[in-house]
Design a protein around this ligand. Structure first.
Ligand SMILES: [Mn+2]
Length: 482
């Protein structure tokens, strides 16, 4: 069953023993962040702060901060189960398209009808998010977190930024630094769809209407972070994930479509003529991202449900809550990558690599140069273009087993032969490259080499014990006195 809204998910978590209520009054400046930091490090529960100083609203944090809660958010047994569902669907669609036969394909398609229906968004006329329309309240009414001591100010950390251009819609998650009661920074990186739409408004010299949703069905929240191709509305993907069409409504001051069951909608605009220094911000790299000029969001109106809960997260040195959202992306998008690049066996984005810094991929290698082919494939795929380091290992290596990967890579790599340096785009948060957003990515081919790649010496096998002897030892273990 799809969740109706954020509070429905919160009560489900509570029933499952996955949520802790905190009734002591706490401060949105650093205190909540320090508590959440500690809980996230220990993979602890979701937290509901019932009393935040100077705010009438409770605050929820760490709702998605474990593999289990992330799977619950997507109504799945596990992320792998959800990935299998997606993989089966892709495989079926691929084969049906390649080999269309009306007598077989149409009957096969019928049970998949609910999937197609889940892609249809429905428009609600009396949405929850417009129970209260408040023109007086500004950012000061919200319990916006100041996350780290050197942050430029308080930041909205889970905003779903809804924009539109020429019939194309987008909903992305871009942090927003609150400057005062009515204005906030709009931190959309140049690579993101929101920024691309904004570019069009700037060329036309038009003010851009923007609506920011806070707190939705967690599938909607996750969808805003998913690396979808431009032009695919995140609300379609949310519908697909929840198995039921996402519900939207028209904003009150513009024609933007926003999630109908949001806790809050912040309606306003961004003026292309204006920009302002944004940051620093204690970022998900574990470093403060550097201050930079970004556009400014002007808040005109808050609409909300009667008793809303304010959603937040913090990022920082991994692991944090966002690691589990990224883990969902790693699992859910793997079937698509495998369809396009069939030699891929598995892929891991270790938390320490904060997603755009490191991808470890295992491949079934059949021809010379194949590891390099896979590196360039990944650098050509959407947001994987940022990957600063790609390590390719043979198919029998589990890329999630970091010790095994390191052992192979340390043993197998010849510096002259196996390193690939590739100049290209980098994530806006990268601080190591001399230029922002552009620099050198490194590929490491840690696969076995043969004569077809110029390695004429024999390549040794890794050690494994004789299976029969191992079994004998297992049986006699007690006899040895252990
Ligand atoms: Mn998008």
């Amino acid at each position: 069953m799809a969740y109706r809204n954020l509070q429905d998910f919160i009560s489900t978590l509570e029933k499952a023993g996955e949520l802790k209520r905190i009734s002591a009054e706490v401060d949105a400046r650093l205190e909540i962040s320090a508590i959440a930091d500690r809980v996230m490090r220990e993979e602890g529960p979701a937290l509901l702060f019932e009393q935040v100083r100077h705010s009438p609203y409770p605050l929820a944090i760490n709702l998605l901060g474990s593999e289990r809660r992330m799977a619950m958010a997507l109504n799945a047994e596990s992320l792998d189960a959800k990935a299998r569902e997606i993989g089966d669907l892709i495989a079926w669609a691929w084969s049906a398209a390649r080999d269309f036969n009306p007598f077989r394909t149409i009957p096969e398609a019928l049970p998949k009808l609910p999937v197609a229906l889940s892609l249809i968004t429905r428009t609600k006329s009396h949405p929850l998010c417009q129970e209260v329309i408040d023109d007086d309240a500004g950012f000061d009414s919200l319990p916006v977190l100041t996350c780290w001591p050197e942050d430029g100010g308080p930041f909205l950390t889970l905003p779903l930024v809804c924009t539109e251009d020429g019939g194309k819609r987008n909903m992305g998650m871009y942090r927003m630094q609150v400057y005062d009661n009515r204005t906030a920074g709009m931190h959309w990186h140049v690579h993101k769809d929101g920024a691309h739409f904004f570019q069009k408004y700037r060329e036309r010299g038009e003010r851009m209407p923007v609506a920011v949703a806070l707190g939705c069905d967690p599938a909607v929240i996750y969808a805003a972070t998913a690396p979808l191709p431009e032009g695919i509305w995140e609300m379609f993907f949310a519908g697909f994930l929840r198995g039921k069409g996402a519900e939207v409504c028209k904003a009150t001051l513009s024609d933007l479509l926003v999630p109908a069951d949001a806790e809050f909608i912040l309606e306003g605009y961004v003026d292309p003529a204006e920009s302002r220094m944004e940051g620093p911000f204690g970022d998900h790299t574990g470093f403060y991202s550097l201050p930079e000029e970004y556009p400014v969001f002007h808040l005109q109106r808050i609409t909300r449900r009667k008793n809303p809960v304010y959603p937040a997260t913090i990022v920082g040195i991994p692991p944090k809550e966002d690691c589990w959202m990224a883990r969902a992306t790693e699992r859910l998008f793997l079937p698509l990558l495998k369809q396009l690049c069939p030699e891929i066996v598995d892929l891991a984005m270790p938390f320490e690599g904060v997603f755009h810094n490191c991808v470890i991929v295992s491949i079934e290698k059949r021809f010379p140069g194949q590891a390099r082919k896979v590196m360039h494939f990944l650098w050509g795929m959407g947001q994987l273009m940022y990957t600063k380091c790609i390590i390719v290992v043979d198919g029998e290596v589990n890329p999630h087993h970091s010790s095994d990967v390191a052992w192979r890579a340390f043993n197998n790599v010849d510096g002259k032969r196996d390193l690939v340096l590739s100049d290209g785009p980098l994530d806006a948060l990268d601080h190591s490259s001399p230029l922002p957003r552009f620099g050198c990515r490194i590929g490491i081919d840690a696969t076995r080499k043969g004569p077809d790649e110029g390695h004429t010496r024999p390549w040794p096998s890794p050690l494994t014990m004789d299976a029969a002897v191992e079994e004998l030892v297992r049986r006699r273990w007690k006899e040895y006195g252990f």
